[in-house]
Ligand binder design. Sequence first.
Ligand code: ADP
Ligand code: MG
Length: 448
Amino acid sequence: MNRPQTVDSPAERAWQRARDILLAKLGQTAFDLGVKSLRLFATSDNAVQLVAPSPAAASWIQTHHPGALEDALRAAGLPAHVDILGEGRSQGELFPGEPTAAKRARMRFGTLVPRYTFESFVVGGSNQFAHAACKAVAMQPGNHYNPLFLYGGVGLGKTHLANAIGHETLERQSQARIAYLSAETFMTQLINALRRDRMDEFKGMFRKIDVLILDDVQFLANRERTQEEFFHTFNALHEQRHQIVLTSDKVPKDITGLEERLRNRFEWGLIADIQPPDMETRVAILEKKAEIEGLDLSRDVAVFLASHIDSNVRELEGSLTRLSAVASLSKTPITVDFARTVLKDLLRDRRTITIEAIQASVCDHYGIRIGDLLSQKRTRDIVGPRQVAMYLARKLTTSSYPAIGERFGNRDHSTVIHGFTTVTQKLAEDGALRSAIEQIEHRLQGKS
Ligand code: ADP
Ligand code: MG
């Protein structure tokens, strides 16, 4: 995590852009209620941390306009993963958010997302093993699989299941102390504790947890100090047979930059994968979501959406949200034809923009050869365009960082992240780069 050093840092300026977008989108009242008081605390390649003056202020925007903050951050060139820390913490709590009142006393760290429960999770062939493992853990934490290590691609339900374990445990065991946080937040808290010379407190608190859920542990890669501290936390909890749940986009052995002793421990318990959902499961997920939101969605339309959007559940849900918003604004019933019209742009973009198309357009624009773009050459005239191509691949396709790395001459995902961040930061200052990227994007989208 980097703390923005000055008010005028690129991160701070990007955050200002995100605020402007939110103001335009939500209107002044909602902005004043939920956004105005948020301050940028830190950013990294993968996440943004904001601070709110109170736990209530921290959760308002996510509760009332789910997804809006993420969309604005992405549009402003910041990572869309966000943690909001509510200040005004009571003793013994590092960063309480605002879980429901009854649970608040028992929840030690972080906030569970209210709608990520087992009830709202659709089980299909692609996730039934992971689902069963999570259920077993929630029924008897510490007794079955310890740690439980969930892995799978972006938007396939890892965070949802991890939260569901938290909810279910809180329902069943009134005294259980649960912590749910991203690996990134763990790191930031560690840094804060070190800076304030409060390591004893940090250690004490984490070791008293009954169920520790650490989301996206791949972020621990190459963070040696954080890995060391987590190693000790892990051991302390495991010895007491307290439950540890980890999620990651890869299996432990594929997380480069992870210490052997941690990798080894991650493999002690059960490793469960989540695969992309099949057609039937995608339809069921859409119907469940429509039911939860009280939306009238016919089977035909659900099948239409599910057959066109097969990458990940987050996109699937996004398409439904977009459809229902346009339908309610235009007071039109949701038919297949209507869905086709509304989603036309989305579907066309998705179908035509491939990593190969991006690479070709970038080479075309800069007058370089594809072979050079994918080679190991590190001269400036190649590195710049290569980073632009990586940036666009991340922005315009649904491919993960590792998947993009593979298509760029088998580079490591950290190289892709670095390219993406570099371009994002330069974009704020470099008008020529902005217009080059705009031109390439327009051409890719068939607009010019
Ligand atoms: P990940 O953490 O794996 O990137 P998330 O858990 O954030 O993915 O899931 C992305 C979105 O898709 C969330 O809104 C989640 O509720 C939804 N989702 C994923 N899988 C399912 C499922 N099987 N049933 C219902 N919703 C799902
Ligand atoms: Mg997740």
